[in-house]
Design a protein around this ligand. Structure first.
Ligand code: SOE
Length: 385
């Protein structure tokens, strides 16, 4: 097998998550990293024994020995790095959102086709083993016709006016904070698990705290809170609360609520899918368990298992039964599917499994834009195709 040379651009919270999982995968080496903050890039490279710190993203794009780029930069840099990586003939794994607009993400999908690049996007939550299992069971008809999909994604790290992040700055984050960020994860889960596309959206999106105190000398790292004691007041336009009514293809209805002001909720993802013959539900705080609901018999709790899952999803349950996997392992599963797709592509073959590629990223941009249109005009909005 070829040994792929990988470079990671962006060494903040999510860049480090990528690095730690890349180090667990066979058949690749991390050639180097880059970050606007050189000191951070150096510290991270030293910590993980990564041989090279590139001067910037440009130097990575020019390096012909790099096969794959992981784009872990803030949102405003996604489009440019993703497109330039593909133009340079590299495979590309991007953090979400794929770009700042659906027009841009559509261009990226087309470019990937033209260049024959393998693409991936960070919708990691679908890689908990029992969520792969849920998708397979629903596809084989276990819960019948899907009627409703309901849930939420709640966090609390932006609760106080002194919590500030680049995610609240439209120059860096784009037109939305929370619907684009947490909403895209949840909508990806809903569509992946149910196998149904979201067709229409009615959204209520709010900036609950329109003025925040931004630290003068530092920025809060995601989930960390600020350490600075000097602040300046800044107006905030982007959302940290959102609710959506959803209409799925075939008629299923959905509801989704998201907030980063939900005290005590750190990464609370909940999804419930109700069908004509039964239901399934999952919560991130008990991520190894799938709840299976019945009308006429006792409900079940299915624990992830390499023995008991259906054939196609066993590979994602990597530990012996009774040993729960976690977020890092879900990322590993995602990268594993992505790198298998890279290997297959180079052998002239296509993967026979579904994994989140740039089309999945584009689909979420289309849902986001429908939500933002609905926020503006107060009406149902169709997701464009
Ligand atoms: C912040 O809300 C964040 O880091 C998201 O950007 C990630 O995608 C999510 O996995 C955890 O929360």
């Amino acid at each position: 097998m070829k040994r792929y040379r990988v470079a990671v651009i962006g060494t903040g919270y999510i860049g480090v998550v990528h690095i730690e999982q890349l180090l667990r995968l066979p058949g690749l080496e991390i050639a180097g990293v880059a970050d606007r903050d050189m000191n951070l890039a150096r510290t991270v490279a030293d910590r993980y024994g990564i041989p090279r710190v590139y001067a910037d993203a440009e130097e990575i794009l020019q390096d012909g020995s790099v096969d794959v780029i992981h784009n872990c930069t803030p949102n405003n840099l996604h489009f440019e790095i993703n497109s330039r990586a593909m133009e340079a003939g590299k495979h590309i794994f991007s953090e979400k959102p794929l770009a700042l607009s659906a027009a841009q993400s559509g261009q990226l999908v087309q470019l990937a086709q033209k260049q024959g690049c393998v693409t991936g996007i960070g919708f990691c939550y679908r890689y908990y083993p029992v969520l792969q299992e849920a998708a397979a069971r629903i596809a084989r008809g276990d819960i019948g016709t899907v009627y409703n999909i309901n849930g939420c994604y709640l966090q609390d790290w932006l609760l106080y006016p002194t919590d500030y992040s680049w995610r609240l700055d439209p120059q860096m984050a784009g037109a939305s904070n929370i619907i684009g960020d947490l909403g895209s994860h949840w909508c990806d889960l809903a569509q992946f698990i149910s196998g149904l596309k979201i067709e229409e959206v009615m959204a209520d999106v709010r900036t609950t705290l329109p003025v925040r105190k931004r630290p003068k000398h530092s920025q809060a790292l995601t989930f960390a809170g600020a350490t600075d004691t000097e602040y300046e007041e800044v107006p905030v336009e982007l959302d940290e609360y959102g609710a959506m009514l959803l209409r799925f293809e075939g008629g299923a209805r959905g509801t989704f609520t998201t907030s980063q002001l939900a005290a005590g909720r750190k990464c609370h993802i909940d999804i419930q899918i109700y069908g004509s013959e039964g239901s399934i539900a999952w919560n991130h705080e008990r991520s190894a368990e799938l709840w299976i609901g019945h009308r006429n018999e006792a409900n079940q709790v299915f624990f992830e298992s390499p023995n008991l899952q259906v054939e196609s999803t066993r590979k994602y349950a990597k530990l012996p039964s009774g040993h729960p996997m976690g977020y890092m392992d879900a990322m590993l599963n995602l990268f594993s599917d992505f790198y298998t797709a890279v290997e297959l592509k180079e052998a002239g073959r296509e993967p026979g499994y579904r994994y989140p590629d740039f089309q999945a990223g584009h689909d979420e941009m289309l849902v986001l834009e429908a939500a933002l249109r609905s926020k503006k005009n107060g009406m149902w909005s169709r997701v464009q195709t």
